[in-house]
Design a protein around this ligand. Sequence first.
Ligand SMILES: [Ca+2]
Ligand SMILES: [Ca+2]
Ligand SMILES: [Ca+2]
Length: 544
Amino acid sequence: MKKISKNLLKLSILSLILVFSFGLNLDKESKLLASSNFNVSEIDLEIYDNFYMDGLILFDSNMNGNWDIYAMDGQGRNLRQLTFSTSDERWPSLSPDGSHYAYSSNQDGNYNIVIQELDGDYRFNLTHNGSNEIQPDWGPYEQILYVSDVNGNKDIFLKNIWGTPEEMGNGQSQGVQMTFDSNDDTEPAFGGEYYDGIFAFVRTFSNGNDNIMAYDINEFREWPVKNNTQNQTHSPEFHPYESFVYNNLNPDQPQFLYIDDSQSGISNLFWSNIGYYDDYGSDKINVRLPGKIEHVSMTPDDECTIAFSTQDGKIGLLSHCQQNNNPILLPDGNSNFRASKIDYGRNINNGGFMGGMMGGMMDMGNSMMGSMQRQDEMMREEMERQAELDRERNEMMRQQMEEQERMDRERMEQQMQLDEERARMDRERIEQQMEQDRERMELERQMMEEQDEFDRQRMEQQREMMGRMEGSGGRDDYFEPDEKCFIQDEEEGRGLFGNMQIGAVVDCEGGDGLRERFEDPTSLAMLGLVVTVGATLLQMLRGN
Ligand SMILES: [Ca+2]
Ligand SMILES: [Ca+2]
Ligand SMILES: [Ca+2]
């Protein structure tokens, strides 16, 4: 109870903000809110967070002065308008994959069924009759049930969608008529993927009672769902799951929802089986609805949630999986979408383009629902943010390391270049040194050679001079002292100072027996004189 009253307080505050904001801004939203005659405090709005609420809600609304198709996601976010004509577009029905939707438009002066791409421009008319074709229901296998008054009263027709002359743009074809009763047959609803041969519809009798009928397409057979005969029952909607069984209802048959309006002032919701074998059963869903309900719808995205529109134009959600729960209105109790038919289908694109004030208000309203879900989302966002920070930090560290490595590498390269340069310079210096050494040595060698040459020339000169002065006598220094020669005959033995005996030892080249002669005092005296004169002459010659 504490939680509820707290939420009610939040709702009241939000309502004030919503009314204030919309009053200031868009006229259409003002009208939307002004038409609200639903008092929030009359229903026990409770925030429940066990819904996935992932589906896409389509609805028709005349909030802009004529009927158009609108969409919002299952949590009441991203409200957006899908059709914009000045004519009336009504009764939207999503394809099972959520990519297309069918609706009915009176743009040609009467209603026809239109097939339209949800997020694109592709569309075509599926019917072209001068009569009214309304209330399409997109089946599980690319077929559409719709209502036509071509025969003067309303009947159910079945038609393929794709591959028709209509889709090819080259002609038209007729649907297959299913019901032939003179009463009006409306609101056809396919049995779903597992019961695609079955549909339900509403037959309005002449006394004004609406009753739900069932139909077997394969046998062209129809029958009343007897447990609701003579009641004000309408809006059949099959549960999207084959395995669904509500309480003790027959598990072998498709089960559908319907609205019972026999109680005044408020609607009741029932589950029912179709009574295929005359075995009827129904069970009331224990939920207090906000007044009279116009339509109910379920999505395969969410097995527990039922979307509904109220007869005064509001849109809400409730869970049939929990007993005694209360419904919520989207995005809060004060928004009136002026909706009529609602279709809750698959949402193939979460997120939309409805931003600004409306989106913001929707988000605020939405923030009060599914608080756990929101907390999870926030935690997830926080974790993602943290992960992103970590990634950035790692990236920075990596860059720093790379930078450091690059600098180190550059420094090493510079060092290597310097080393190389130094080595090169050393090498050059050594080479220069060696070259200098070589040059010096060469110079020294040349000098030595010159010196040698000079010495040799000098000695040569000395020898020549001495030779000139004393004939062969000046050549004494060059004789080999050990070589011995002998006087061989008298002619050889004849000398300057006397003849030598044959067989006496003499110097070989001299041939003149000098040593013997030097032993002669006379000869020595003569030699001394000659040497003195020679030395004097030499000194005179070298004087300068
Ligand atoms: Ca319109
Ligand atoms: Ca028509
Ligand atoms: Ca009929």
